[in-house]
Write a protein that binds this ligand. Structure first.
Ligand SMILES: Nc1nc2c(ncn2[C@@H]2O[C@H](COP(=O)(O)OP(=O)(O)O)[C@@H](O)[C@H]2O)c(=O)[nH]1
Ligand SMILES: [Mg+2]
Length: 171
């Protein structure tokens, strides 16, 4: 079977400092080094396989930082990672505002809630209870990750690629 090619836009949105750049570096390079001037778009090419098919996917990770017109840039995303920071309760409120906007969007996107900085859990300002509440309210899964090291991010990444295939390839 011939392998076809797709391009998917994966937007990463959340309060400044919540860990968007670090999470993107983890997913793209498996590194936490964001560099001095992190690029607003990072590109990763992956071969995805499932029972009965395979595809080459160009993943474009777009960091959306601007608090003013950030939400507008979410339109047309194939996937949206809404980032909250376990050590900052305000970041979860901000994440909820983004989720409210995403819920009202017309096009469908694979959406997840990420809670970063698991390694700093002893200074967490919210935890599973709060994440579950938001997750149920918007009917999306949440993933607690440590972008500095570890492999928790892989579960979230697999969820996203599997659902991208489900929504945009298998249809
Ligand atoms: N300990 C820890 N620090 C993190 C983690 N993710 C990000 N950071 C730190 O949090 C700060 C903000 O991260 P950054 O990715 O620049 O956030 P952004 O503004 O949302 O892009 C930086 O100092 C990162 O090194 C994490 O999982 N654990
Ligand atoms: Mg950044």
């Amino acid at each position: 079977m011939e392998s076809s090619r797709v391009t998917w836009k994966i937007s990463v949105s959340g309060l400044n400092g919540s860990g968007k750049s670090t999470l993107i570096s983890r997913m793209v390079y498996n590194s936490n080094n964001v560099g001095l001037q992190p690029k607003p778009i990072q590109r990763k090419i992956v071969n995805l396989e499932w029972k009965g098919g395979k595809i080459t996917a160009e993943l474009l990770f777009l960091e959306i930082s601007s608090e003013r017109d950030g939400e507008r840039l979410l339109t047309g995303s194939n996937a949206i990672i809404v980032v909250s920071d376990l050590t900052n309760a305000r970041s979860l409120d901000y994440a909820e505002n983004i989720l409210k906007f995403v819920t009202g969007m017309r096009n469908k996107s694979v959406t997840v809630l990420a809670a970063t900085k698991l390694d700093l859990r002893y200074s967490a300002q919210f935890w599973e209870d709060e994440l579950q509440t938001v997750s149920k309210r918007y009917k999306i899964p949440y993933f607690i990750v440590n972008s500095k090291s570890g492999s928790e991010w892989e579960r979230m990444y697999s969820y996203i690629t599997e659902n991208l295939i489900q929504v945009f390839v298998k249809k």
